[in-house]
Design a protein. Structure first.
Length: 376
C-alpha cells in the first residue's frame, strides 16, 4: 500500500471517530452488515402521456443505493403484473429484517383518498377502473409493514398531473396524504394535492436534489429530506414543496462515514468501460458502446469511444468538471453520417464499477443515455 493511500485511510478514520455518537449508530449498523433492500421503479413510456425523466431517475437512484449497500431490484417501464410480482418479492425479502426502501417515479393519482401508481400498460377510461388497472400504494405499505423489519422508506416522485383527469368526475390533483406506519417514512415530491415538475435536466427536479443530499456522509435521513425541501422550494419559487410523513423510531443515514472512507480511495473515471447507449427515438433503440478513458497530466480526462455495430468511433474531450459531474465534447472521426456529431456528454461515477452517461444534442435536447460497467 502506498504512503498516499495510508494517509487517506488515516484521514477517513479520523473523520469517522470525530462523528458524534448518535450519528455513528446507523453507520455501525451498516458496518455490521444490516441488510438494505430496495425496490426501484421508473415508468415513463406511457402511450398517451409519456414522461421524460422517470427511467433515468430510477437508474440513478438504483446506482446510488447500490453504492450505499442496498440490494436493488430495478424495474423500468413496468406493467401491472410485473410490478405486483416485484412488490410481493420485495415484501418477502424484508422478512429477514434490516432496512427497506421503495422508490417510484412516474404517473400517480388519487381516487377516494387512496393513492395509486400507474403501470405503463394501464388501460384507464374512468375512476372505476383505477383500482383494477393501477397499483395501490397501500398494498406496498402493507407488504413492508407486515415484514416487521427495523425501518422502511417510501419515496414517491409521482405527484404529476393526472393523465386521465378529463374522464374523472373528481378534479383532485396530486397524491393524498397517508399516515406512515410505525417505523416508516413516506416522502413525496410535493405537498398533498399539489403537482410536481418532471424537470428538464438529466434527472427530475426532486430526484436530482435527493440524489445529491443522499450522498452527504453521515447526514441523518430527516436532514436529507430537509435539504431536498429547501432546494426544491427555492428553485421553484415556493410552487413545489416536498413533504414527508414519518413515524420513524430509529436512526438511519444513507451514506455512513464508513462508506465515505471507502469512497475516498475509490477509482477514478480512468479505465475501460462497456455497455449500451440507449437512444429512445432511434429505430433499434440501443447500441453497444466501448469507452476507454485516460487521465491526463493536468488531472483532466480524454476518452476514446467506439460504437462497433455502427462502425463509428472518435474522442471525448473534457470541457467542464463540477462536483462529480464531468462534461465532455464528443468528436467522431469515423461513421459521421450514421452517428451524428458535435454533442455534449455528461458523465458521473455511480459506484460499484459503473458510470452514467447522458448525451445532449447541440441544441441542448437529451438524445441518449447509458450506464457503463468497468471491464479492466
Amino acid at each position: 500500500m502506498t504512503l498516499s493511500r495510508v494517509a487517506l485511510l488515516a484521514v477517513a478514520l479520523a473523520a469517522l471517530l470525530a462523528v458524534p455518537a448518535q450519528a455513528q449508530a446507523p453507520a455501525a449498523d451498516a458496518a455490521r452488515g444490516e441488510k438494505r433492500i430496495a425496490l426501484v421503479i421508473g415508468n415513463g413510456a406511457y402511450p398517451s402521456a409519456p414522461l421524460r425523466n422517470p427511467a433515468r431517475d430510477a437508474r440513478g437512484m438504483g446506482a446510488a443505493l447500490r453504492e450505499q449497500g442496498f440490494e436493488v431490484t430495478l424495474l423500468e417501464n413496468a406493467g401491472q403484473k410485473e410490478t405486483r410480482r416485484a412488490v410481493n418479492e420485495f415484501g418477502k425479502k424484508l422478512r429477514d429484517g434490516g432496512v427497506g426502501l421503495f422508490y417510484y417515479a412516474g404517473h400517480g393519482l388519487q381516487v377516494n383518498g387512496r393513492n395509486y401508481l400507474v403501470p405503463v400498460d394501464a388501460a384507464i377510461d374512468d375512476e372505476s377502473e383505477v383500482e383494477i388497472e393501477a397499483v395501490d400504494v397501500g398494498s406496498v405499505l402493507s407488504r413492508m409493514d407486515t415484514a416487521r423489519n427495523r425501518l422502511n422508506i417510501v419515496i414517491l416522485d409521482a405527484c404529476r398531473d393526472n393523465p386521465y383527469a378529463r374522464s374523472f368526475r373528481s378534479p383532485v390533483r396530486g397524491l393524498a396524504s397517508i399516515d406512515a406506519p410505525s417505523g416508516t417514512l413516506i416522502a413525496y415530491a410535493t405537498a398533498p394535492g399539489r403537482v410536481a415538475r418532471d424537470g428538464t435536466g438529466a434527472n427530475g427536479l426532486y430526484t436530482g436534489e435527493l440524489l445529491r443530499a443522499m450522498g452527504v456522509p453521515g447526514l441523518r435521513i430527516e436532514d436529507v429530506f430537509k435539504r431536498v425541501r429547501q432546494s426544491v422550494q427555492q428553485q421553484t419559487g415556493g410552487e413545489q414543496v416536498p413533504w414527508e410523513s414519518s413515524s420513524l423510531v430509529g436512526d438511519f443515514v444513507f451514506a455512513p462515514q464508513a462508506v465515505a472512507a471507502a469512497r475516498a480511495i475509490a477509482p477514478t473515471l480512468a479505465g475501460s468501460w462497456r455497455g449500451d447507449m440507449i437512444q429512445p427515438n432511434s429505430r433499434k433503440g440501443s447500441y453497444p458502446m466501448i469507452l476507454t478513458i485516460t487521465e491526463l497530466a493536468d488531472g483532466g480526462y480524454r476518452g476514446a469511444v467506439d460504437y462497433p455495430s455502427l462502425g463509428c468511433s472518435g474522442w471525448l474531450t473534457i470541457v467542464e468538471q463540477r462536483d462529480r459531474v464531468y462534461r465532455f465534447q464528443e468528436r467522431l472521426e469515423r461513421g459521421l453520417h450514421d452517428c451524428g456529431n458535435g454533442g455534449i456528454v455528461e458523465m458521473r461515477l455511480t459506484g460499484h464499477g459503473s458510470i452514467q452517461l447522458d448525451w445532449y444534442f447541440p441544441e441542448g435536447r437529451l438524445g441518449a443515455t447509458s450506464v457503463l460497467r468497468r471491464t479492466d
